[in-house]
Write a protein that binds this ligand. Structure first.
Ligand SMILES: Cc1cc2nc3c(=O)[nH]c(=O)nc-3n(C[C@H](O)[C@H](O)[C@H](O)COP(=O)(O)O)c2cc1C
Length: 367
């Protein structure tokens, strides 16, 4: 399963079992967290991964603190939750301490379990207003902002950041140490710099330096975890206390359950079959239909349908039929054809080939 010696893996597993993950007073059910993916990790998707088990915490897509306070309808959709979506965090971004404080207090009033400050977003439209990853370039303002948010609420406040702006400024360890002093409950580190975007590999040594920089708070390691073996490598090499998965969860929504099984028993069950994925696809689409109606749900679901179909090894012409379906009837017809055809390789009820499923990445402008 992994190139590490078995006894190394076993001692890692025992160490993890003896140290459950906490964000301040909030005990998380597992250390396997869903990373925010704007446009994907909405409530319907979070309900799907929750139903499969193993998720320690779900986080919303990043939410504009100013937009939230202005009462924008789209922004308010982003913070919707439901009883099975717990514990959950809302991730906010902004550069004005007072607005971030108001947003945090508003969210606390709505019952969110934790508030995450986005300090990692490399998208120009967000860094241009002094938010997201550009906060790593303005340490004084950043400390003021984070302190203001931490002091304004009782729920745990966390920060998600990259290793630094670029290779010459790997400032995450220093930030993490100072955040700990301010009362931040945990930090999550995507092991790349802002300049790197999504290119190259995750720098686990950089994440380890963040782990070593703090004394009490948990550090969540993030980036490129697609399999249980990847996660074991991250936990082992960095000493981090938890891990978060974004794109890996799109390709394999069972990944959280697999990690939990591995931590509890040392082995884990395979990801779902073609038929299992078809059920999830329909269920997730159904959640959107319940909330928004059938016709509006179709374009809203397109991006997700694409990744479901890829993971199900649906041949390209049928994937295109699904992606381009203009009406509910055409969508249903495409699904019926996909069901009738089955996967391009393997069968409907067997373990699908362990494919490297391409997942969204791209230039900084698009995350
Ligand atoms: C399409 C897309 C949207 C993302 N949206 C967010 C976001 O809203 N907030 C955030 O902190 N990170 C966001 N990220 C970064 C992810 O949370 C994560 O840090 C990164 O993808 C690396 O982890 P992964 O390899 O497990 O996906 C996004 C990444 C992608 C690819």
């Amino acid at each position: 399963m992994h190139s590490l010696p078995t006894d190394t893996i076993e001692s890692l597993r025992r160490r993890l079992q003896s140290r459950p993950l906490h964000y301040g007073p909030l005990a998380l059910p597992t250390r396997y967290l869903l990373s925010p993916l704007a446009g994907y990790t909405n409530l319907p998707f979070r309900r799907i991964v929750r139903s499969l088990g193993g998720v320690g915490l779900g986080t919303t897509d990043l939410v504009n603190a100013r937009g939230l306070m202005a009462g924008g309808e789209k922004t308010h959709h982003l913070i919707e939750s439901c009883p099975e979506d717990r514990p959950f965090a809302v991730q906010i971004f902004g550069s004005e301490p007072a607005v971030m404080r108001d947003a945090a207090q508003f969210l606390e009033g709505r019952g969110v379990d934790s508030i995450d400050i986005n300090m990692g977003c490399p998208v120009a439209r967000i860094t241009a207003i002094g938010a997201g990853a550009s906060m790593m370039c303005q340490p004084n303002q950043t400390m003021t902002l984070v302190r203001t948010v931490v002091e304004s609420v009782r729920v745990p406040v966390t920060v998600k950041m990259r290793l630094g702006w670029d290779d010459t400024q790997l400032t995450a360890p220093q930030f993490a140490r100072e955040f700990e002093q301010l009362g931040v409950a945990a930090v999550a580190i995507h092991g790349r710099t802002r300049e790197q975007g999504f290119s190259g590999v995750v720098n686990r040594d950089g994440i380890r330096q963040v782990v070593e920089a703090v004394s009490r708070i948990p550090v969540i390691g993030n980036g490129d975890i697609r399999t249980v073996a990847d996660g074991i490598g991250m936990l082992h090499e960095t000493g981090c206390h938890g891990i978060s998965m974004g794109r890996g969860a799109l390709a394999n929504p069972w990944i959280f359950r697999q990690f939990q099984e591995w931590e509890e028993t040392g082995s884990f069950t395979p990801a779902g079959t073609f038929n299992d994925r078809m059920i999830l696809l329909r269920r997730q689409f159904g959640y959107l239909v319940e909330r928004h109606g059938e016709q509006p749900a179709i374009p809203m679901f397109r991006k997700m349908a694409h990744w479901y179909a890829k993971a199900m090894l649906v041949p390209a012409p049928l994937r295109n039929l699904l992606n381009q379906a203009p009406t509910p009837a055409a969508f249903e017809d495409a699904l019926a054809q996909i069901e009738a055809h089955g996967p391009a390789r393997g069968d409907r009820t067997g373990i699908l080939p362990d494919l490297y499923i391409p997942v969204p990445s791209g230039p900084n402008e698009r995350w």
